[in-house]
Write a new protein. Structure first.
Lengths: 362, 510
């Protein structure tokens, strides 16, 4: 139904979409997820040419829509779009919003269009608001009207551009319920969303977009329970990282601590966890200095918002030497402190690198 | 904060009032006027564009010259003591003294110069034809008869002979300023006076179809030089400056200057005309003014035709300006840098030029060689001016509509043009109308300057009436009230449009 080949989009010097290739079949419900600024909305807007692509090809029902001869407005009539900011026509009543398209574009008689509009309004639960204006409705109601307006044109595909991002949390569910209903009826849909649970149970396929491409795609089970790529994983688990490299024995411990504290504060992590993290790192460094004179350490602190867990990755260059297993320590206290504070830990040696991963006790 | 600002505003007003009072208060007051020498340092009124201007500024450089456009304004300036003396043509002065008993003549021995009819430099045949005609009437005694009628007897009572309108291909366009009797005046909806009679006789003599156009005295020479009219007459003195631009006929009369002032300032108190004016009640005064300014000599016809002209100019300038404004707005918003430049240039040029100057440029410079009704030029100039302003109003109105509305329209399958018509325009109109309304009203009021290009609109009608009745109050107030009524009707109808274009209003009516 939709075939996209090598789609790219640049805004001046900024490349938003690099190279997108995909095929979408009728009846598919595709959720597009990914961090902000990775071109999810741009991708969607390129499909109905609200943005003109810089390169590549888009075929809809085997018609090349970038061909100058193609009647683009005609194609858009078959392809509805729901915006983040609703964009209900503010000079028209709710009913007129639903009839203007059919009457002016499809030449359907007004009475017929009105009947259909009332049916659609009933479907989205807003029949009693038919004579209202946009500024008299709540956000959730506006978005449901916007969906009904799309449906008034009998579209074959609907593109949803973050339909719930501008809504109060209390109104998100009413809009999602309407979209779920469309899904049940077999409508082909592309949904850019940040609602992970919704994406997980409504979609037939999930695109994870990053770096201007479809970075990983698969069934909701694949993407949400078993992501293959590191980036996908950290996005799904909503992981935030902090990186350090230490390459001198005279490193500034106070500065290091201050930066970690700031990072933790930003992500509202408890004082107790902050304290434990700082203690573990300090002890690790103390043990390390007993064995090595040359400092070559990479330190990564990971915080998963989803699971509320903290992982510390301690990576150092040199001969195989597991700091946490050593028996020749002068000071056993450091080791027991670390072991006491963490939930689990493991050690790997590969490519001349020692890697220690520590999961902190919560 | 607000209180502070209020204080400073009040302070500024007081300060400017104080300064104004300093300026307007003469440090010395005038005693008696016997000659122009007594007027050094004081204001003297003259007719704009006359020989008096050069005469005074050369010989009496210390006199403040105040230039007026009609005898009525000059008399009013005397009465309100804005001037202490005015210089006028002798014959006109005699008539004015009759109607204004509180005035007196200081002297009639100031300046005399010959009068001539003006012709275009290129049109030598018409000039020689007229000079021949002048010789003929002087030899046959017709001239003496006319002279007695207009200059010796009371010209107010003079009766113009009847002239049949000649229907020929030979057109003759005469420019006049309707200065006043005995030369040119407007009575009973027709031009009268010595000059008019003479030229009507000339038209008959030469077999011309004569049309008369009224303009400001100061524009007569320009209009002739640029070919808008074939000849000009209105007691025009033959001077070197004028002769550089136009040709003069042989002299047909002598022009004698009289100086008028209020009786109380005139040296010889015996000339004071004693008047037995009866104290009139306000209502009978009003009745009298109404009769004088509206009924007498069918003056209401002048007002009605002026009203018509004002309405026509306003109406068509609005339509032309709105369409052009829309086009300029489209240029300004288009992606083509070329169209953009045109729009920017147009807007900044038109907004940076006074309408009056624009109007005169259109009339005297750009379309100098085209001889059509000047109303078209007025419509054109005011339309251009309106377009420059409304194009920006339209642009801000259109840009004020959330871009999401356009996107939603396009995403629904509307073409760009249909999106504009069905989605953007109805929303833009709501924000455009209130400002647009103000612009149209100011256009209507702005049309009051068309008198400069020989269009007789409402203001000019008031001026012509004033020049006959010497009543400043009634014609001015009448014209003001009429302008107010036009504006009020406009506001009313545009507000109605505003109401019906509000979608919520529509629902209430259902």
């Amino acid at each position: 139904m939709i075939r996209i080949e090598g789609l790219s989009k640049k805004f001046g010097n900024l490349t938003v979409l690099k190279d997108i290739n995909t095929k979408i079949e009728q009846g598919e419900i595709i959720s597009i997820i990914g961090p902000s600024g990775t071109g999810k909305s741009t991708f969607l807007r390129c499909i109905n040419l609200l943005e003109t692509p810089s390169g590549g090809k888009i075929f809809i029902d085997n018609i090349d829509i970038l061909d100058k001869k193609t009647d683009v407005p005609k194609i858009r009539q078959k392809m509805g779009m729901v915006f983040q900011s609703f964009n209900i026509f503010s000079h028209l009543t709710v009913l007129e919003n639903l009839t203007i398209g059919p009457v002016k574009l499809l030449n359907i008689p007004f009475n017929e269009a009105k009947e259909k509009a009332m049916d659609l309004l009933k479907m989205v639960g807003l029949a009693e608001k038919a004579d209202f204006f946009a500024d008299e409705l709540s956000g959730g109601q506006k978005q449901r009207i916007a969906i009904a307006r799309c449906l008034s044109m009998n579209p074959e595909i609907i593109l949803f551009d973050e339909p719930t991002s501008a809504l109060d949390p209390t109104m998100v569910s009413e809009v999602l319920a309407v979209i779920r209903r469309l899904a049940k009826n077999g409508m082909t849909m592309l949904i850019v969303t940040h609602e992970m649970d919704f994406a997980k149970d409504v979609s037939t396929r999930v695109f994870y977009m990053d770096e201007g491409i479809i970075y990983e795609e698969g069934t909701p089970q694949d993407i949400f329970n078993n992501p293959k790529n590191e980036k996908t994983k950290s996005f799904i688990n909503r992981i935030r990282n902090l990186h350090f490299t230490i390459n001198t024995p005279n490193y500034d411990l106070y500065k290091l601590n201050a930066e970690i504290e700031y990072f933790f504060e930003k992500h509202i992590i408890s004082k107790r966890n902050t304290h434990s993290t700082l203690l573990v790192i300090e002890e690790l460094l103390t043990i390390y200095s007993n064995y090595f004179n040359v400092f070559n350490i990479e330190l990564i602190i990971e915080f998963s918002e989803k699971h509320n867990t903290i992982n510390i990755h301690f990576k150092y260059f040199g001969d195989e030497n597991n700091l946490l297993e050593s028996e020749e320590l002068e000071d056993e206290i450091s080791l027991s402190l670390i072991k006491n504070l963490c939930e689990s830990f493991d050690y790997i040696f590969e490519d001349n690198y020692n890697k220690i991963n520590i999961s902190l006790r919560n | 904060m607000f209180k502070k600002m209020n204080k400073s505003v009040v302070l500024a007003i007081f300060l400017s009032l104080f300064l104004l009072s300093c300026v307007s208060e003469d440090s010395i007051s005038i005693q008696r006027i016997n000659s122009l020498d007594d007027l050094n340092g004081f204001g003297v009124g003259i007719y704009e564009g006359t020989v008096h201007d050069l005469f005074l500024s050369t010989n009496y450089p210390e006199i403040h010259i105040l230039r007026y456009n009609s005898a009525a304004d000059m008399i009013l300036s005397l009465k309100t003591e804005k001037t202490y003396a005015v210089l006028l043509d002798y014959s006109s002065a005699l008539l004015l003294l009759k109607d204004n008993p509180e005035l007196g003549m200081v002297t009639d021995d100031i300046l005399s110069s010959p009068l001539g009819i003006g012709f275009n430099k290129k049109n030598l045949s018409l000039l020689s034809e007229f000079n021949d005609f002048l010789k003929v009437i002087k030899n046959t005694g017709v001239y003496d008869e006319m002279f007695t009628r207009w200059f010796v007897s009371d010209s107010e009572l003079a009766k113009m002979p009847n002239f049949e309108k000649v229907n020929t291909e030979k057109k003759l366009n005469l420019g006049v300023a309707v200065a006043d009797l005995p030369y040119v005046a407007y009575m009973n909806n027709d031009y009268v006076g010595f000059d008019i009679e003479m030229i009507k006789r000339f038209a008959k003599y030469g077999g011309y179809d004569l049309t008369i156009t009224t303009m400001e005295f100061g524009s007569l020479v320009n209009a002739l030089a640029s070919g808008k009219v074939d000849m000009i007459a209105d007691g025009i003195a033959i001077t070197k400056e004028r002769a550089k631009q136009i040709n003069f006929s042989d002299e047909y009369a002598m022009f004698k200057t009289a100086m008028l002032s209020l009786n109380k300032y005139i040296g010889d108190s015996s000339t004071v005309n004693k008047t037995n004016s009866i104290k009139l009640t306000f209502i009978s005064k009003f009745k009298d003014s109404f009769y004088q300014n509206v009924i007498n000599e069918n003056r209401y016809k002048l007002v009605i035709s002026g009203l018509k002209v004002t309405f026509l100019i306003s109406f068509f300038a609005t339509i032309f300006g709105t369409i052009l404004g829309g086009l300029i707005c489209y240029f300004k918003m288009s992606k083509s840098s070329m169209l953009n430049m045109i729009a920017k240039l147009f807007i900044s040029l038109l907004r940076g030029t006074p309408v009056l100057v624009l109007l005169m440029i259109v009339y005297y410079v750009v379309f100098a060689s085209i001889n059509i009704n000047p109303i078209y030029f007025a419509i054109f100039a005011f339309g251009l001016n309106l377009a420059a302003y409304v194009s920006e109003i339209f642009r801000t109105g259109i840009q004020g509509v959330d871009f999401g509305q356009t996107e939603a329209g396009i995403a629904l399958g509307f073409s760009k043009i249909k999106t504009f018509i069905y989605i953007v325009l109805p929303q833009a109109i709501k924000s455009i109308l209130p400002v647009y309304k103000g612009e149209i009203i100011s256009l209507v009021k702005m049309t009051s300057i068309v008198g400069y290009i020989a269009v007789e609109d409402l203001t000019k009608a008031g001026d012509i009436i004033r020049s006959r009745t010497f009543d400043a109050f009634f014609p001015l107030i009448m014209v003001a009230v009429l302008y107010f009524l036009i504006s009020w009707i406009l506001i009313f109808s545009l507000t109605y449009l505003e109401v019906i274009s509000d979608p919520k209003q529509k629902r209430k009516h259902k």
